[in-house]
Design a protein around this ligand. Structure first.
Ligand code: NAD
Length: 313
């Protein structure tokens, strides 16, 4: 399959590399000049736990994408949330009438954004438990394992989604055909909407947060806000199940010692966060449905204040 990775950061590099290793024709599209230069000069380095691979994948900036690269079968969207719209504005030349787009970003509101550029019948959504990090430009650190849920937004897209599932299976990405991907997206956003923002503002890892006297109350209140807004959007979040999933991450033997990605982006690397697409999205959607979401609103504003203090880019 001919596949373009739109947003070849940490996760885009992982998925792109694994699909390339399974003999798919993969091109990378990214805006970070140092990353583009490093991959052009030395190839994309994938540092797995027990081995390292170097893949000489073609990489382009969105502006360089011209008709030559048309007829891509699949575009996998893996920008950060705030980069999605401008990426799709710029890569229109590779999106033909039969091109599918598979969105694997975290967060809410991406369906509305992608629907501006691609018909619903050609959109696949998913969530993933794979993780990835960047040690520097052109160098992805790829530990652990994971799986990927996927589902076509419209029934017409099912046959091609099953082809994508097969391609992902052959690449060892452990795909699962989802019967309710919107639920999974909301559930993941809700988990991120508690731990990401709170650990970042409190400057602590997940286990330290979980051990706080007030942790349960904070979590329950935020999950309640997510659930009230999700309900208005047609999703019935199972609150006890989501809370159990959050509390399971406190264990130091699993994710407890981990600092969430928002913490790493903002506190360690002074990069802007996806807060507007997590708690911020719930706040804005809540306003539309006349539902108060004071914790999500406050957390969104605190994270933006911290971004300003740290001059995040
Ligand atoms: P990323 O920050 O690694 O990459 C996103 C974009 O930012 C890329 O274009 C990348 O080149 C650019 N970028 C990265 N580091 C940069 C730097 N130092 N300076 C300038 N530009 C830089 O993002 P990601 O972690 O790959 O996440 C993409 C999407 O996948 C997000 O929605 C995220 O929430 C989701 N996601 C990530 C993980 C993970 O483990 N990384 C897991 C699941 C879902």
């Amino acid at each position: 399959m001919k596949i373009a990775i739109a947003g070849a950061g940490a996760m885009g590099s992982r998925i792109g590399l694994m699909l390339h290793q399974a003999n798919n024709e993969v091109i990378l599209i990214d805006r970070w000049p140092d990353h583009i230069q490093a991959i052009r000069e030395k190839g994309l380095i994938g540092e797995f736990e027990d081995h390292e691979v170097v893949a000489h994948l073609p990489i382009y900036s969105p502006e360089e994408i011209v008709e030559d690269h048309a007829n891509v079968d699949l575009v996998i969207a893996l920008t950060k949330s705030m980069q999605l719209e401008s990426m799709f504005q710029d890569i229109q030349p590779i999106i033909g009438k039969d091109t599918f787009v598979f969105c694997l970003l975290n967060g809410l509101g991406h369906e509305e954004t992608l629907s501006k550029f691609v018909p619903k019948e050609n959109i696949i959504f998913g969530t993933t438990t794979w993780t990835a990090g960047l040690a520097g430009p052109g160098h992805a650190k790829l530990v652990g394992t994971g799986s990927i849920e996927m589902e076509n937004l419209a029934s017409e897209g099912k046959a091609f989604t099953l082809e994508v599932l097969n391609v992902f299976q052959n690449a060892g990405l452990n795909p699962i055909y989802s019967t309710n991907v919107r639920y999974s997206i909301w559930k993941k956003a809700c988990i991120n909407g508690t731990l990401n923002g709170l650990c970042t503002i409190l400057d602590c890892n997940i286990a330290d947060f979980g051990a706080l006297t007030g942790a349960k109350n904070l979590i329950e209140t935020i999950v309640e806000e997510f659930a009230s807004v999700a309900k208005m959007e047609g999703i019935e979040l199972d609150q006890p199940q989501v809370i159990r999933a959050i509390e399971a991450t406190y264990d130091v033997k699993t994710q407890g010692l981990h600092f969430p990605s928002m913490y790493q982006d903002l506190i360690r690397n002074h990069r802007k966060t996806e807060i507007d697409y997590i708690n911020g999205a719930v706040w804005q959607k809540g306003r539309k449905h006349q539902i108060e979401t004071p914790y999500c609103a406050f957390l969104t504003q605190l994270i933006h204040a911290k971004e300003e203090l740290l001059n995040a880019k």
